[in-house]
Design a protein around this ligand. Structure first.
Ligand SMILES: [Zn+2]
Length: 373
């Protein structure tokens, strides 16, 4: 069942719908859950958790073998960490976890064409999975989006629309186009968030079902933080893990609405002025699901943090020195580990997972401009 996050109106999962009639976003509510025993022998993709993903028929599944990315032991700022290399998903970003489930549902619904807006990675991911499903896609991106992402969208045969303006203006342009077709937005779709829950399942399964103490993740639209929270909540409810890990949500200091809400103890995310950031993937001034993000942080005993542009670039270099090439957006979360250490929130005995979201090759133009020459 799909239920409204605001008025509690319920809708069946059998009809195409991306928001409530009242205008609020929908949540996927289901009692279905996998058991640990059922997992043995299943392929190492996120579809091993399929009972929790809301797809009815096997022949609806549109997959590229996503999930089960490496969890690598390392250290950052003296803190032992496990780096989740989610940039190694099929299209080079963690968004594939959401796209595979969202596009599978659209295929199950028989939706022939979609509109999506993105800062780039979700657009590239949705373009790839839509193409694979035979669904026509029109993807709106801000004109400033990295060339690596726009080329990828075009190669997958999507109709790319560059919007001269902010990320917010890009969303408005996509919404206007969506009046004629289906709005398959990663920021709205309850199925996209359902796909992100697999990150929580996987982190625990890869550690022999031991939950970490902390998961550090970047937050923009919030699908990653919400997916983590809902996934860990599923595992607690099923008795598979004993307690919810704490979530540290990280934003760029120049665009930090979630952090501002957190700092001021607000229940809603305020609209903020934003300046340009190297972390283009999380430059969202007004996240649709702001209240749910705050609730997830609160209920997990988590925190919101910000990092400077200097810290983002320095951490991209730090990771590259370890052999890991991620886009600047993905350096925000590992950069914030320093503050967790300084604030005494983590220590040598803490199990800390840091989510790396997007591949460095996506942002070749930005790295060349940064490096000079
Ligand atoms: Zn409603």
């Amino acid at each position: 069942m799909l239920t409204c996050s605001c008025c509690n109106q319920a809708y069946p999962e059998t009809e195409p719908r991306w928001r409530c009639r009242c205008g609020a976003y929908l949540l996927l509510q289901s009692d279905r859950m996998f058991t640990r025993d059922a997992l043995s022998g299943r392929p190492l993709t996120l579809w091993r958790y399929r009972e929790a993903l809301g797809i009815e028929r096997d022949d609806s599944i549109v997959s590229l073998g996503e999930g089960f990315t490496p969890l690598v032991a390392d250290a950052l700022f003296g803190q032992p960490v496990l780096l989740k290399l989610d940039q190694l998903n099929p299209t080079g970003s963690f968004k594939d976890r959401g796209s595979t489930v969202m596009i599978s549902k659209l295929k199950e619904w028989g939706v022939p064409e979609i509109v999506e807006d993105s800062s780039g990675n979700a657009g590239a991911s949705v373009a790839a999975y839509a193409r694979r499903a035979g669904i026509a896609a029109r993807i709106f991106v801000p004109a400033s989006t990295s060339a690596g992402k726009t080329a990828q969208i075009r190669m997958h045969g999507a109709d790319l629309v560059r919007v001269d303006g902010s990320r917010e203006e890009t969303t408005r342009a996509a919404l206007a186009a969506a009046s004629q077709t289906f709005y398959a937005s990663h920021n709205w779709s309850p199925y996209f968030v359902a796909g992100l829950k697999t990150l929580a399942y996987e982190i625990c399964e890869q550690q022999d079902w031991q939950a970490p103490d902390w998961v550090v993740a970047p937050v923009g639209g919030g699908s990653l933080v919400l997916g983590l929270y809902l996934g860990f909540a599923d595992l607690v409810r099923a008795g598979i893990i004993a307690r919810m890990p704490r979530i540290a949500a990280v934003q760029a200091a120049v665009c930090a609405p979630v952090y501002e809400a957190w700092r001021q103890r607000l229940h809603e995310v305020p609209e903020v002025d934003k300046r340009e950031t190297a972390a283009e993937g999380i430059a969202i001034a007004r996240p649709v699901k702001g209240e749910s993000i705050l609730k997830a942080l609160c209920e997990s005993g988590g925190v919101a943090l910000t990092v400077s542009e200097e810290e983002i670039w320095a951490t991209a270099h730090l990771l590259a020195e370890k052999g890991i090439y991620v886009e600047p957006t993905s350096a925000a979360a590992p950069a914030a580990v320093r503050q967790l250490v300084e604030q005494g929130l983590v220590g040598t005995g803490s199990r800390v997972v840091v989510e790396l979201t997007g591949m460095g090759l996506k942002a070749t133009d930005k790295f060349l401009a940064h490096l000079g020459g």
